[in-house]
Design a protein around this ligand. Structure first.
Ligand code: HEM
Length: 164
């Protein structure tokens, strides 16, 4: 068996958002995902009081992270508002793991692109974002709410976080 490292395509798509299929694809993803969440014994109680618009809001958030329109920042309070939704929720690692697993299951189910480059970018952000959600949800978490919206392209993380 040979393993080949793929060269980037000469006409690379402008963003993971475009490659994923834009807002319609992300809305389909979050609909499928929260359907699974609602049927999951570990996560259903966490989301029991979820706003019916929640899946669409998360799709907009993901869209912005992956290079799409800035709809979450312009209409839903941006990153600070997303952080506020997780404060004090005492999320646990087992719940985070299940969240990631169900999102990837949903991605496969709806046919989100499954090429290694896209999935690497996608899962990298999901690992980062879910771990931040857990950290920010703990009692006494010191959260800087006014952080910029994370931006995830095709590249890598540029190294561990070092406090200023
Ligand atoms: C990349 C990871 C994540 C992203 C991008 C994300 C995004 C969001 C956003 C945008 C909201 C606010 C929705 C709105 O404005 O209506 C929200 C709320 C919430 N998130 Fe997350 N989240 C992530 C991870 C998690 C995880 C791992 C959990 C739990 C295991 C979680 C639990 C919740 C809960 C309980 C709410 C409030 C739901 C409600 O309205 O009752 N999130 N999240």
């Amino acid at each position: 068996m040979t393993t080949e490292v793929q060269e980037p395509a000469s006409a690379a798509p402008s963003s993971p958002y475009d490659w994923a299929g834009g807002m319609a694809a992300l809305e389909t993803l979050t609909e499928a995902f929260y359907g699974k969440v609602n049927a999951d014994p570990l996560l259903q109680p966490v989301f029991a009081k979820m706003d019916p618009e929640h899946p669409r809001h998360v799709a907009r958030f993901l869209a912005e992270v992956f290079g799409g329109p800035k709809a979450y920042s312009e209409s839903h309070g941006g990153h600070a508002e997303m952080i506020r939704h997780h404060l004090g929720r005492h999320l646990q690692e087992a719940q985070r793991r299940r969240w990631v697993q169900l999102l990837i299951d949903a991605a496969d189910e709806i046919g989100l692109p499954d090429d290694p480059e896209f999935r690497s970018s996608f899962v990298a952000y999901i690992e980062w974002g879910t771990r931040l959600a857990v950290i920010n949800s703990q009692p006494g978490a010191e959260v800087a709410e006014e952080q910029p919206m994370p931006q995830w392209g095709w590249g890598e993380t540029k190294g561990p976080y070092v406090a200023p």
